[in-house]
Design a protein around this ligand. Structure first.
Ligand code: PLP
Length: 467
């Protein structure tokens, strides 16, 4: 479709701005724009059509199945959005007198209390604005802890090879050396590799459980015990808590600090970089290092101003209160059930990377399928677009060859899962009959196969006038 600038016609306009009702002032000449502002010129109905067309080209969880593994693209109940748009929450200022923001502070306290209960932590901050930002905060807590004890020889953070890419990036950003350990045959932490990596220089371990393969590591208590025995701390990447919330707690697994992505599990839509919240929780012995919600007078580290993205916390609290003590674990159980149901319905077609019961997500390995048909995981993903289904996460985790990672989430109906399974089974057969057609997919989308390296390295993000 055309950009709004390309639709512009000189002289066309519509008056949508009200008359100026404040006194005009003149700026210094050197502050004034030297040339006129090059804005698109269109009538109101054309503007309206332009944005309506843009809307139709967006795909979100309310359009259809969106199984982006690790990302938890799940339905966000409308009530959470409604509560977060109440003027009592939107019309506040972080520097407003305390007496006028009591309700908002109660929201932060209550949300912190419930999330501590869900995770088995003792304290929590909502300051970090995203998951990676939360990791950065959490690993800084670990750093502060060792520093305060004068234990400065601890320079290494251990990260399994199935980890989300942000984990090693975080450890490096915090000034640690990253020690990668390989996974065992069954997709879990290789205990021997862990033991070999541990030592006097270990600051900590970063782990996701269930991991990005959708597998719950049954040795978790042994893993955290070994790290503690070596003098390190354990960090839990809880970006995605969908499989375990209300069922098992990172705190009980032996973790010392964690982050949660409220914009994955707790009712804030995400994708496209909207506001999020990477809540960071910790055990009592680390709480003095946590950011406090005020910008001044805090002992702890500061990673963002004030209390973070407050309205995201309002949504999380609404979500927790509406689901309640029974609803939270039920959502987790349904997420696990849905993932296992879909994996089972694919039996005899695409092979799972690990033949075992999965948690909230599962990974297919299309290595052998590609050898047989020439059709890659990318081709299957592109073919799903033609059938109105958003592709799953591709080529991640890195340790699975030709990976497709599905996370159906708890709110998908059996009919949807059956439909998706039928489509995937059909694509499996099509790949054997007409692989060339699949290599050309998508056939019905606006954009087919962009040059992904160019798109990532040299993205064109704004319109520029031809001179
Ligand atoms: C999404 C995710 C992150 C990063 O969260 P952002 O909000 O995107 O920074 C970290 N770890 C895991 C396992 C994730 O799924």
């Amino acid at each position: 479709m055309k950009l709004i600038f390309e639709k512009s016609v000189n002289g066309r306009s519509c008056t949508i701005l009200p008359k100026c009702d404040v006194k005009q002032t003149c700026l210094d000449e050197d502050l004034e724009r030297q040339s006129s502002l090059d804005l698109p010129q269109l009538g109101e109905s054309d503007i309206s059509r332009h944005y309506t067309e843009l809307c139709k080209n967006v795909y979100g969880v309310n359009d259809g199945f969106y199984p982006l593994g690790s990302c938890t693209m799940k339905y966000n109940p409308r009530i959470d959005e409604q509560i977060a748009s109440m003027p009592a929450f939107t019309d506040i200022h972080p520097l407003a007198p305390e007496a006028s923001t009591e309700g908002c502070r109660e929201v932060l306290d209550l949300a912190g209390k419930y999330l501590c209960e869900i995770t088995g932590m003792d304290d929590m901050t909502f300051q970090p604005a995203a998951g990676a930002h939360g990791e950065f905060t959490g690993v800084l807590l670990i750093k502060q802890y060792h520093k305060a004890r004068g234990d400065e020889k601890r320079t290494k953070i251990i990260v399994p090879d199935s980890a989300h890419g942000t984990n090693p990036a975080t450890a490096a950003m915090c000034g640690f050396q990253v020690v990668n350990i390989s996974s065992s045959e069954d997709g879990c932490v290789d205990l021997d590799a862990l033991k070999a990596a541990l030592g006097e220089d270990t600051a900590g371990l970063m782990l996701t459980n269930p991991n990005t393969l959708g597998i719950f590591d049954e040795n978790i208590l042994e893993i955290t015990r070994l790290v503690h025995e070596a003098g390190g701390l354990c960090y839990y990447d809880g970006a995605n808590l969908n499989a375990v919330m209300g069922i098992v707690r990172p705190g009980d697994m032996g973790f010392d600090c964690i982050h949660l992505n409220l914009h994955k599990t707790f009712a804030t839509p995400h994708g496209g970089g909207g506001p999020g919240a990477g809540a960071v929780g910790c055990k009592a012995f680390l709480k003095d290092y946590l950011p406090s919600s005020a910008i001044m007078g805090s002992k702890g580290i500061q990673v963002r101003s004030f209390s973070g993205n407050f309205l995201v916390v309002v949504k999380a609290l609404t979500y927790i209160l509406t689901l309640g003590r029974e609803g939270i674990p039920e959502a987790a159980r349904n997420a696990v059930l849905n993932a296992n149901y879909l994996m089972k319905r694919l039996e005899g077609t695409f092979e799972p990377a690990f033949e075992r019961i999965c948690m909230h997500e599962f990974v297919l390995g299309l290595g052998r399928f590609k050898e047989q048909t020439g059709v890659s995981a990318l081709d299957v993903a592109k073919s799903l677009i033609d059938r109105g289904i958003h592709p799953p996460t591709m080529y991640f985790p890195l340790i699975v060859h030709e990976a497709l990672m599905f996370e159906p989430t708890e709110t998908e109906s059996m009919e949807t899962l059956d439909h998706v399974a039928d489509v995937l089974r059909e694509l499996y057969e099509l790949a054997h009959k007409d692989p060339e057609y699949m290599k050309g997919a998508p056939h019905n989308a606006q954009i087919g196969r962009p040059d992904e390296v160019q798109a990532a390295r040299n993205p064109i993000l704004r319109w520029k006038a031809d001179d």
